[in-house]
Design a protein around this ligand. Structure first.
Ligand SMILES: *[C@@H]1O[C@H](CO)[C@@H](O)[C@H](O)[C@H]1NC(C)=O
Ligand SMILES: CC(=O)N[C@H]1CO[C@H](CO)[C@@H](O)[C@@H]1O
Length: 316
């Protein structure tokens, strides 16, 4: 299909760009200048970092996490009408550092990240996800209204086993429309990461050997958030047939012969129903049309009218 081919092409383009960057490393500042002005197609996001600040992280590793965050935000366009960034860290408790509406510029966010202090306590990952879902992604805390379809993204960085349960709360957060990237560093259990991250896991769940390796994920986020990505890929769009991206939003489209169900969602999906010709009405199943004048046949066979009122006999 054409749109898919386009997406794949732009993804390839972005990946090859990331490859070029790897071979010619530049300073973060130079990268920031280029990537904010140049290749990143700026889809606005509500973007919250959830950072493990437990005791097991050594001080210089904690600095590497900060560097990772600072490098990642370089290719986001940050502003009240563009991408908003929030951050919380967690140990035994959740410590919100700044909300989606705290800062209006990249420089401010960067400064706040550099000023973060290591908590060096426990690993209450479930509690942190709960906080993100119930507080960080609310309109009071600066998230934009759900009907605007601004992608809600949480990036969780953790180095260890949670001391609480994460499975249920993470599922709730994903169901609430938060796309979760789970990044594990070191001896993290891959299955735990998978219970946190969104599907497909190949894109959302990443495990690296140590904190030096976390930088390798920058190119993954670059290709995900820039260039090739469109709103439909960044949100859980819930279209039954096709999702069509527009800047900062999307609409659902139905295949030929179908229209969007005027009643809205059924089973959490923007469902598509058969488009009936004049003189035909939709049957309750949503997939067949029925002539307004026709009476049921007397002998054998039910008569159905499908796909725009074309007549089709089905043997009984
Ligand atoms: C981090 O992991 C990589 C890949 O396994 C390894 O080559 C590197 O030496 C490690 N770095 C540190 C500081 O342990
Ligand atoms: C397109 C663009 O902004 N290119 C710039 C990338 O960064 C280098 C080094 O800072 C500049 O010389 C380019 O003009």
């Amino acid at each position: 299909m054409k749109p898919l081919a386009l997406v794949l092409l732009s993804l390839l383009f972005c990946l090859s760009q990331a490859g070029v960057n790897k071979h010619r490393p530049r300073s973060a500042a130079a990268r920031g200048q280029n990537e904010t002005t140049n290749p990143c197609k700026a889809v606005p996001l509500d973007f919250v970092f959830v950072i493990d600040s437990s005791r097991s992280i050594r001080p210089n590793d904690y600095e590497k996490v900060k560097t990772f965050i600072v490098n990642l935000i370089q290719f986001l366009e940050i502003g009240p009408d563009a991408t908003r960034v929030g951050l919380l860290q967690y140990g035994s408790v959740v410590q919100p550092e700044f909300s989606l509406n705290t800062f209006t510029s990249k420089a401010e966010v960067e400064q706040a990240v550099r000023n973060m202090r290591h908590l060096a306590t426990g690993t209450m990952t479930g509690l942190a996800i709960k906080y993100a879902m119930e507080t960080s992604f609310t309109e009071e805390d600066g998230a934009r209204a759900a009907h605007l379809h601004i992608p809600r993204i949480a990036v969780i960085v953790t180095d260890g086993r949670p001391q609480d349960t994460v499975e249920q709360v993470a599922a709730q957060a994903r169901q609430a429309g938060i796309q979760i990237f789970a990044i594990g560093v070191g001896r993290v259990d891959m299955n735990t990461l998978k219970t946190i991250g969104s599907e497909p896991h190949s894109e959302h769940v990443h495990l690296v050997a140590n904190f030096s390796q976390i930088e390798t994920l920058i190119s993954v986020f670059h290709s995900k958030l820039c260039g090739g990505s469109e709103t439909c890929e960044l949100v859980d769009h819930q279209c039954q047939h096709t999702c069509v991206s527009s800047p900062a939003s999307y609409r659902c489209k139905c295949r030929e012969g179908f229209i969007l169900n005027p009643d809205g969602k059924t089973n959490h999906l923007y469902s598509c129903v058969c488009r009936c010709r004049a003189g035909f009405t939709l049957r309750p199943d949503g997939r067949t049309c029925q002539s307004e004048s026709d009476r049921p046949p007397h002998h054998g066979g039910r008569v159905l009218y499908q796909m725009g009122g074309r007549r089709q006999s089905v043997p009984t």
